[in-house]
Design a protein around this ligand. Structure first.
Ligand code: AMP
Ligand code: ZN
Length: 150
């Protein structure tokens, strides 16, 4: 059986800098952030594609994603905008075969650096992981402004 790093995070078997957890999904910071504060929202259920999820869980994933965006916006990290994307399955360039919504906070003037890091990702170049202490501190700030969806 192949191991899924996101299932390991859900089960508590792998480390993550958590923003939110509930019965259906989990939100945490990306270990190889394209921009500082880059977050992922994943379903607790293992699924490679969005269409494998029950509709209620899919809807909940996006609702939590929006609340994470609001929390990033109020975290005092220079938020000026965001990129949201989801690679739906390996054919789309998905590296971790477990559904995840990316939320990338954007700052004024970060275009060039973000583009370079994004292109590196498309070429499967991840670079070094962000130190856990930095991720934990950032996650704490984002978490403090997080409200679950209604
Ligand atoms: P994708 O290319 O859409 O499959 O994105 C997978 C994302 O998972 C990438 O942005 C990786 O940096 C991120 N990632 C991989 N391993 C971990 C991990 N252990 N904790 C947090 N994020 C991870
Ligand atoms: Zn999984």
């Amino acid at each position: 059986m192949s191991r899924c790093i996101f299932c390991d995070i859900v089960s508590g078997g792998a480390e993550a800098s958590l923003i939110h957890e509930d019965a259906y999904c989990s939100a945490f910071l990306d270990l190889y952030p394209i921009t500082p504060g880059h977050a992922l929202v994943i379903p607790r259920r293992h699924a490679v594609h969005l269409h494998e999820l029950p509709q209620a869980e899919r809807d909940h994933l996006f609702a939590v994603g929006y609340q994470v965006l609001e929390a990033q916006r109020s975290a005092g990290i220079g938020w000026a905008g965001a990129n949201l994307f989801l690679n739906d399955g390996p054919a789309s360039g998905q590296h971790v075969p477990h559904v995840h919504l990316h939320l990338l906070p954007r700052r004024q003037g970060d275009g060039r650096r973000t583009l370079i890091r994004f292109l590196a990702r498309v070429a499967s170049l991840f670079g070094r992981p962000c130190p856990r202490s930095e991720l934990d501190e950032l996650a704490r700030r984002v978490r403090s402004g997080f409200s679950p969806p209604d």
